[in-house]
Ligand binder design. Structure first.
Ligand code: DGT
Ligand code: MG
Ligand code: MG
Ligand code: MG
Ligand code: MG
Length: 278
């Protein structure tokens, strides 16, 4: 077919191709959720239904994009981690990021009435931004996950103490802010326990640790013999192994847990999450 004279405009298009053999992380984050949560009367500091909804939207994204091996969510954000060998959309950055963000947003809207049946959605409707970050090794991707989980802990301890002072202690928000300025974790634990009888370690795990979502193979470890070392010493999974892996994954259950992911245990017990890495 003859090309139209307008065809040349395509040469203006630019694509960023993500580096091969790196973990792709797409982190989505609610836009202006401070306002959105207030408007929809979310419980402070944690609204269980809203967090369950975030998790359900993330599970749906994982089902649509099987190259994602796990995801981690806190507050209004979710990080999706692709297997490092992924060739999804030829690793075009904008196609990957926009697909994750719009799929997540679509399911968040679709599932809203199931998880929050008592509150109709009204504008400003929820929307999410997204960014892509590449991590080159097990160490860096694990440090990324630890960073988000430590952030979850720091924020949740602060928010739990802050809202206890305000809601239970009758303090105004400025006073509560002043009281917490410069306090250490131990001080906040002490305030919670001595003033409100709250043992922070008994607070729900989802609030303290966030949510990690992954395929649970029930301890079925991929066969190490199928890991073939290629000429350039990159560790690659052979094609047939990859196909087998795909099949197992499609049958595997996706689970949502609230576990410590900063320690070695979690990753050592689930070697398929970060396999094929040097
Ligand atoms: P952004 O991301 O720059 O567009 O602005 P925000 O307002 O989304 O800011 P961000 O993402 O740093 O902070 C998340 C906000 O969402 C924060 O104000 C707390 C709120 N939020 C998240 N989860 C909950 C919840 O379960 N309950 C309540 N009350 N608020 C929540
Ligand atoms: Mg933000
Ligand atoms: Mg946000
Ligand atoms: Mg956020
Ligand atoms: Mg198209």
């Amino acid at each position: 077919m003859a090309k139209s004279k307008y065809e040349y405009v395509k040469t203006f298009e630019q694509t960023t191709t993500l580096l091969p053999n790196t973990y792709i992380v797409v982190r989505v984050d609610g836009r202006g959720f401070h306002k959105f949560c207030t408007k929809h009367d979310f419980e402070k500091p944690n609204d269980r239904a809203a967090l369950d909804l975030m998790n359900a939207a993330a599970v749906a994204v994982m089902k649509e994009l099987p190259d994602i091996s796990f995801a981690y969510g806190i507050s209004d954000e979710f990080s999706f981690i692709f297997e490092r060998s992924s060739r999804l959309f030829d690793r075009r950055e904008s196609k990957i990021a926009t697909t994750v963000v719009s799929t997540f947003t679509a399911y968040y809207l679709h599932l809203w009435s199931t998880f929050v049946p008592s509150k109709p959605l009204t504008p400003p409707l929820p929307s999410f931004d997204g960014r892509v970050v590449l991590y080159p090794s097990t160490q860096t991707i694990r440090d990324y996950m630890s960073w988000r989980q430590v952030d979850c802990h720091i924020n949740n301890l602060y928010n739990t103490t802050f809202w206890a002072l305000v809601q239970r202690g009758g303090m105004d928000v400025t006073k509560a802010e002043e009281k917490l300025k410069g306090t250490l974790a131990a001080d906040k634990n002490e305030i919670l326990f001595s003033q409100f009888g709250i043992n922070y370690n008994k607070e729900p795990e989802m609030y303290r640790k966030g949510s990690i979502i992954f395929y649970d193979y029930h301890q079925e470890v991929p066969d190490p013999a199928a890991l073939a070392v290629s000429k350039n010493s990159e560790v690659e999974i052979s094609k047939t192994q990859k196909e087998k892996e795909r099949k197992r994954r499609s049958k595997a259950e996706i689970v949502v847990q609230h576990t410590d992911i900063t320690k070695d245990d979690f990753w050592e017990q689930r070697p398929w999450l970060l396999c094929g890495d040097a």
